[in-house]
Write a protein that binds this ligand. Structure first.
Ligand code: DGP
Length: 118
C-alpha cells in the first residue's frame, strides 16, 4: 500500500487543515506558514511526490489545479491585482513536502520571482 504523506492525511481528513475547496480530484487548504495574506496549497488527492513523477494520466488533474487556482483567486479577491502560482520540485527548490502541491500566493505585491535577483 502507498505510504501516506502529510498532505494525503489532510485530504482524507485525518489531519486538521483549513480546507477551502475539495472535490474528487484535488484539495485546497491554507498554508500553515503563510508567506502572503493569501497562501493556499492545492494538492492532487492522489499522491504524486514531485513534478518528476507526473504522468500522462495525471494531465486532467494537473490542468484542473489551474481551474481551481483561478476560482480560488476570484473567491479570495486577488484575481484582479494578481497572484503567483508556484510549484517547488526537489532539493534545489527547497521542496519540503513530497506530495506535489501548487502554492497560490497573493494579497500583496510579491516582488520578483527569485530572492536576490535584481
Ligand atoms: P514546499 O516547500 O513547496 O514543499 O512547501 C510546503 C508548504 O507546506 C510550506 O509552505 C508549509 C506547508 N505545510 C507544511 N506542513 C503543513 C501542515 O501540516 N499543514 C498545512 N496547512 N501546511 C503545511
Amino acid at each position: 500500500m502507498e505510504e501516506d504523506t502529510l498532505f494525503s492525511k489532510i485530504v482524507k481528513g485525518e489531519l486538521p487543515a483549513d480546507i477551502v475547496f475539495q472535490d474528487d480530484r484535488v484539495t485546497a487548504f491554507r498554508d500553515i506558514h503563510p508567506q502572503a495574506p493569501i497562501h493556499i496549497l492545492i494538492v492532487p488527492n492522489k499522491i504524486i511526490p514531485t513534478v518528476n513523477d507526473v504522468s500522462e494520466e495525471d494531465e486532467a488533474t494537473l490542468g484542473h489545479m489551474f481551474i481551481v487556482a483561478r476560482d480560488l483567486a476570484a473567491s479570495e479577491g486577488i484575481a484582479e491585482e494578481g497572484y503567483r502560482l508556484l510549484v517547488n520540485c526537489g532539493r534545489h527548490a527547497n521542496q519540503e513536502v513530497f506530495h506535489l502541491h501548487m502554492h497560490v500566493l497573493g494579497g500583496r505585491p510579491l516582488g520578483r520571482m527569485l530572492q536576490g535577483e535584481s
